[in-house]
Design a protein around this ligand. Structure first.
Ligand code: M6R
Length: 365
């Protein structure tokens, strides 16, 4: 049942190229994203959307954070992202022109479901991105995008996250096409890169041996930091959650620009810092932040793009991921972070697929 892998989590990490491919299948036509089967809104209704809210929990919330960057960039509609347990109690501003996108692997998370019901009651349109056909969220939403990750068994979510990202890119591309915020040629260029992701994910998985070695070191630590800017920050949060939930190592993710506003005080000799620097437009800023932590003795593991020049001179270790469009990199950047958490967990001897205190599906508040 684990397909020759020691754990479901590892199997699911390795299934990502396939999950990405399957989630794209049937949703690209003539080189353009086409969600007309998933989203019943008319072009007129799509043009009337004034704001978008992503609402989700845990890893699915982290996918929503990527969604904010992607949708605002492509479609120029203001996007808010909320944790469902906050959203449902904070009286959000919902109108019939608000599109609420709930993201849930299981489609059964209690808080996400409650948020969906709040949004519907207020007359907003709800789109669900879920991995489970027939789940409560899928049944109650107005529109449904089913990710094709296949059953996810490990408590730590991996392939569901990357599939949710693909759903979000397709949503952004589809909305941009109908609202004409980008030219057909520009959109076709993004689609072309999207279709290359399965192969690039495959290549990213090849660094597993190096990661196993690095994970053995991480497994000995009790505290570490993830830093990044822009989309790298969103992925840092996900990397940090993955590590916490299965290795029980304390970690925090920070936007690199916030270090000086407090966190830098925690950086001293030997403190491990995982620094993500895959966003081209923010690269120089990240290099300065890495210099700051290095100067205080941090032990830096850098994550950069293939062919990177600067990080190799600065960081103690560097992992590189294949180049793609900056806003598609989260799909690849998260893979080494998933593998790092996995191998650190194995090195510590904990139960990978069933971490303490956690359930796969949180159906109670
Ligand atoms: O099924 P859902 O996507 O609604 O689940 C949301 C979270 O409970 C889930 O992503 C959780 O954070 C994972 N254990 C993270 O790996």
């Amino acid at each position: 049942e684990k397909g020759g892998y020691d754990h479901f989590m590892l199997k699911e990490i390795h299934e990502q190229p396939r999950a990405i491919r399957d989630t794209l299948t049937g949703r690209v036509k003539g080189g353009q994203a086409d969600l007309s089967r998933e989203i019943a809104l008319s072009p007129e209704e799509i043009r009337e959307i004034e704001r978008i809210h992503f609402v989700a929990c845990g890893t699915a919330y982290h996918a929503g954070l990527v969604g904010k960057y992607v949708i605002e960039e492509l479609v120029r509609i203001p996007v808010e992202v909320d944790v469902a347990s906050e959203y449902r109690y904070r009286n959000p501003i919902l109108t019939p022109r608000t599109l609420v996108v709930v993201v849930s692997q299981s489609g059964e998370t209690a808080d996400t479901l409650a948020a969906l019901r709040e949004a519907k009651k207020a007359g907003s349109r709800v789109l669900a991105i879920t991995n489970v056909v027939g789940s409560t969220v899928a049944r109650e939403a107005d529109d449904v995008f089913i990710t094709q990750a296949g059953p996810e068994i490990a408590v730590a979510s991996t392939k569901a996250y990357t599939s949710q990202l693909i759903a979000i890119y397709l949503l952004g591309l589809y909305l941009a096409r109908i609202r004409r915020t980008r030219s057909e040629a520009e959109l076709a260029e993004v689609v072309k890169h999207l279709e290359e992701l399965p192969e690039l994910a495959e290549r990213t998985l090849e660094m597993e041996d190096t990661i196993r070695r690095l994970a053995a070191e991480i497994a000995k630590k009790e505290d570490l930091f993830y830093i990044g800017r822009g989309l790298d920050y969103a992925v840092s949060l996900e990397g940090s959650l993955k590590l916490k939930e299965i290795t029980y190592i304390h970690s925090e993710a920070y936007t690199a620009g916030e270090l000086k506003h407090g966190t830098l005080a925690l950086i001293e000799e030997g403190v491990p810092v995982i620094a993500l620097a895959t966003q081209t437009s923010l690269y120089d800023k990240m290099v300065s932040n890495i210099e700051e932590v290095k100067a205080r003795g941090a032990q830096v593991l850098g994550l950069a793009l293939e062919g990177d020049a600067e990080l190799h001179k600065l960081a103690d270790e560097v992992l590189t991921i294949p180049r793609t469009l900056s806003f598609l990199t989260p799909v690849l950047t998260v893979i080494p972070l998933q593998l790092l958490a996995y191998h650190a967990c194995v090195a510590r001897g904990y139960d990978v697929d069933k971490p303490r205190n956690l359930a796969k599906s949180v159906t109670v508040e």
